[in-house]
Design a protein around this ligand. Sequence first.
Ligand code: DC
Length: 235
Amino acid sequence: MRAGAAAAREPVVTIDGPAGAGKGTVARRLAGRLGYRLLDTGAMYRALAWSVARAGLPAADTPALRAHLAGADVGLEGDRVLVDGRDVTDEIRTPEIAALTSRLSTLGVVRDKVTPLQRALAAPGGVVLEGRDTGTVVCPEAEVKFFLDAALDVRARRRQAEFRARGVEVDFEVARSEIAARDVQDSTRALAPLRKADDAIVIDTTALSVEQVVARMQETVERRRGSCREPAKRP
Ligand code: DC
């Protein structure tokens, strides 16, 4: 390791796990506490899916999809998600877009577009990435990796509550089967499937509050942060 630049770099933190495990909420809070940038990698996939749906294209690797992806510009600006400069932050949070995203994200042509963007955003360090493959594929060298999980029923309840908070009523059984379907799709795909990195710390959030999860993560990052940072100069 080079002494100067590398030693002064803040850690890269990855949080992976299935839908409804609580990644989004804890990632946001953890990034806020550490003063790190938050990268919601799923939002980038959702944004692309939104643009594919809008173009009327099916989720299949066709020349039309390739041409569409080549021209699509996906970016994050603070909390907002942009496609070709248009703010789609709220529009990408629907069950339809979630299902389409899960299908599209099985395609190499889609992952090859998004992964390099995410790596470039993570490169400076001081970043919390949240997604499915951030500790395994996007940033395998990340200093701190977490894998969040929770019982299916609890994840379905959380998803239902999230929708309710936005004024949308989703039946529990529907939420449950949508999440179960996404679990299968996300963890059995050939490319960058959802799986725990060997060196990830597993946190089962079933019986933990957001605060308990964030506190545990923060403590871990602070400990590693000490060993990533340049040691204090002696007088
Ligand atoms: O976390 P989310 O619900 O916003 O993710 C939406 C979909 O995007 C998810 O079903 C799978 C895909 N995804 C992915 O393939 N890789 C990531 N790093 C993040 C999300």
